[in-house]
Each structure stands twice: as structure tokens, then as C-alpha cells.
Write a protein that binds this ligand. Structure first.
Ligand SMILES: Nc1ncnc2c1ncn2[C@@H]1O[C@H](COP(=O)(O)OP(=O)(O)OP(=O)(O)O)[C@@H](O)[C@H]1O
Ligand SMILES: [Mg+2]
Length: 363
């Protein structure tokens, strides 16, 4: 049985296995799969996740999908929208199961299932939901994950025709942002690392792709009254950038993921036919400062309502993207940032699942 944390993000799915340092990150993008013409095989399996997914929880079964990078270039690819809910989304489940099957193979956690050439990996998972969907959806989310699913890799380099049964025995559902704080406050062996975080009243602003969570955590317990969330995230602003760049320069990014790839590399050049070049830096600055102002307003509002909050952490992928803009917008208000902030939740989920499993052994 493998213990794993999985953050089923609207932008990307992150997986960490107990005892494995490197996290696995797969973009939450799928496209309908088909027989593809391969001129040269990709140099890594993650560049060509081509799978058939079977799960009793999917509305359409045994369909073929391109997942992650392979779907990113595809015109029929789907990224999630504001109205999607990760607790019930088929797309998110497809990417999550693909990620878990892949992680099982590369960590050599798969065993022979006893049925032909089918391999099996068994998991206890830690995962989470946004503050506002937690109370209503956590049971439904758990029921969707727990059970037996199957992923078959087709043209994926080095994994051709591997069939993996993904058996999820148990899923421990936590809350986005709160799990991140648990990770920051504890060591890998779950002992307290930071007394201030452990004993204090801490505000969190976790900026995701579609939601921004504002849990308030007092002595490591989530505050039911003051924790909340907003249905905004980076996606709205990224979509606006895509639209404006298209209007101004006639260049269309096929997906948000493609745009983010470029922003992360600090590459703002827009190339046009005939060697023409422009920069989209201004457009990015405009929308990112807007996003930052909005976030800072929300933080101020929360902090005013609950002045006992000692410090505010700004985390999630959005914090990495907006850091300098938020610092500027915040002026004298001190906010805290941490590195690799999009991986805090998934590490927290793993620790919380470990905590629960350990606890159960003693009771
Ligand atoms: N360094 C960066 N520069 C620009 N954008 C980034 C950077 N890092 C992450 N992002 C973007 O920030 C957004 C939030 O990323 P994150 O990984 O936290 O989202 P998620 O967890 O998948 O979404 P959600 O929490 O809504 O389910 C994404 O749109 C992502 O592409
Ligand atoms: Mg997230």
C-alpha cells in the first residue's frame, strides 16, 4: 500500500508519494485521443500521456484521452471553467487517475494483479477541497476516489500497453490552504517545526486557478466562522490576457497553460509572420496588477474583520505569479510569501493522511 498526497488542482494535478522527494505535476488538460502519427517518439513519457481510462465513477467509460502536455497543443483540448467543480469533474478524475497510475509505475510500487498482464498499485490518499465546497462535497469526493479504476497507456514512450489497476483504498479529504499551513508548521515526521504557526492565529490567502481560499487557522484548527473562499483565481486574468493579446497582435495562445509557460520563463515576445516582433509585457502587467489589487483588497477586508490574525501567508500558484505585484499593491501591509508555494497543499495532504493513518493504528 502506497501513501500519497494528491492536489487535484484546476490548473494542474500534483502528486507526492511517501518517501519520494520529487513531486509529479501534470497539467489538468485533456483532449479526445486518436491514433496519432508519430514521426519521432517523445523523449519523455510525460510529454505523451495517451491513455484509456476505465472507472465506475466516470460518466463515459473506456474512452481514449490525451492528457497534460500532449493535450496542451491540441485544438480540442479542454481547460476547466469557473463553473466546474473539482469534486465531481470527470476531467479532473481522468487526469488524477493517469497521474496515480504513472506515479505507481515510476516509483515501482506496482505489483502483478493476478489477472493477465494487468499491474496494480494500491493507495491511501490525502487530498483536499476548497473551503467553500468542503462541507457539502467532501463525502461525495471521497466516494468518487475510493474504489478500483484502470488506466492503460497506449503510445506513451516507455509505457506502451502497460495496464495499471489503480486501487484507492482510502481517501483523507482536507481543506485547501489549511493543509498548506500544516505542511509549513511540521517536519516530515510530523513533529512541530514552527511554534508561531502551530500556536498562532494565521491567515492564509491561497490563490489557485479558479478559486482563492481564505482559511483562518487558530492553533492548527480551522476557524469555522472566519474561513471563506472566493470564486476567483488566475484563470479569469489569464483569459483576459489571451483575449487582449489576440486583439492587439493577432496572436492566439491555444491554452492558458501555454501562456503561463511563457510568463514563467519571463518570455513576453510575440512573434509574427515576416519576423515581426512585439512584447505582451504591458498586457500582462495590466491584468496582473489588477488581480493583485483585488487580492490585496480581499485580504484587507478579511484582516479587518478578524484582527486577531497575527500574519497572512499568500500562497498557491497565483502567489508565485503575482508576488511582486501584490507586494506593490499592499504598500505598508506586511504579507508573507514562501517558495514553491503551489506545492504546499500537496505536501500537506500527504502529511495529514499520514497523521490520520498513524492515529488510527493507535486507536
Ligand atoms: N510562476 C508562475 N507564473 C505565472 N503563473 C503561474 C506561476 N505558477 C503558477 N501559475 C498559475 O497560477 C495559477 C494557480 O496555480 P495552482 O497550481 O495554484 O492552481 P491549481 O491548484 O491547479 O488550481 P485550483 O487551486 O483553483 O484548483 C495557475 O493558473 C497557474 O498556471
Ligand atoms: Mg490549488
Amino acid at each position: 500500500m502506497k501513501l500519497a498526497g494528491i492536489d487535484i488542482g484546476n490548473d494542474s494535478i500534483k502528486v507526492v508519494l511517501d518517501g519520494v522527494r520529487e513531486p509529479l505535476v501534470i497539467q489538468n488538460i485533456v483532449a479526445p485521443g486518436y491514433e496519432r502519427h508519430i514521426l519521432q517518439e517523445e523523449d519523455s513519457p510525460l510529454k505523451a500521456l495517451d491513455v484509456v481510462v476505465h472507472s465506475p465513477r466516470l460518466s463515459k467509460n473506456s474512452q481514449r484521452y490525451f492528457v497534460g502536455l500532449l493535450a496542451m497543443e491540441n485544438e480540442d483540448s479542454m481547460e476547466l471553467e469557473e463553473t466546474d467543480n473539482k469534486a465531481v469533474s470527470d476531467q479532473s478524475l481522468i487526469v488524477a487517475l493517469t497521474a496515480l497510475a504513472y506515479a505507481g509505475i515510476v516509483s515501482q510500487s506496482v505489483t502483478n494483479s493476478g489477472y493477465g498482464n494487468i499491474e496494480e498499485v494500491e493507495y491511501t490518499l490525502g487530498t483536499g477541497l476548497p473551503v467553500r465546497s468542503y462541507s457539502y462535497y467532501n463525502k461525495m469526493f471521497e466516494d468518487r476516489l475510493v474504489g478500483e479504476h484502470e488506466v492503460t497507456f497506449l503510445t506513451t514512450p516507455t509505457l506502451r500497453n502497460r495496464k495499471v489497476k489503480v486501487s484507492i483504498r482510502r481517501a483523507v479529504i482536507s481543506i485547501e490552504g489549511a493543509a498548506a499551513l500544516f505542511h509549513m508548521a511540521t517536519h516530515d515526521n510530523l513533529q512541530v517545526r514552527d511554534e508561531e504557526l502551530h500556536q498562532g492565529c494565521i491567515g492564509i490567502c491561497e490563490i489557485g486557478a479558479l478559486t482563492t481560499d481564505f482559511p483562518v487557522i487558530n492553533k492548527m484548527s480551522i476557524d469555522n466562522q472566519f474561513s471563506t473562499g472566493e470564486q476567483i483565481g488566475m484563470a479569469t486574468y489569464l483569459d483576459s490576457i489571451i483575449r487582449d493579446v489576440e486583439d492587439q497582435y493577432g496572436y492566439r495562445f491555444p491554452s492558458r497553460a501555454k501562456l503561463v509557460q511563457r510568463i514563467k520563463k519571463n518570455d513576453f515576445t510575440i512573434r509574427r509572420i515576416g519576423e515581426g516582433q512585439s512584447s505582451m509585457k504591458q498586457v500582462v502587467d495590466l491584468y496582473f496588477s489588477r488581480a493583485a489589487n483585488k487580492i490585496v483588497d480581499l485580504i484587507k477586508k478579511r484582516w479587518k474583520k478578524h484582527p486577531d490574525i497575527q500574519c497572512f501567508y499568500v500562497i498557491g500558484g497565483g502567489a508565485a505569479a503575482l508576488r511582486s505585484y501584490i507586494i506593490e499593491a499592499a504598500g505598508p501591509i506586511k504579507l508573507r510569501f514562501v517558495d514553491e508555494s503551489e506545492l504546499l497543499n500537496v505536501n500537506g495532504y500527504l502529511k495529514l493522511a499520514k497523521n490520520k493513518v498513524n492515529h488510527n493504528q493507535y486507536t
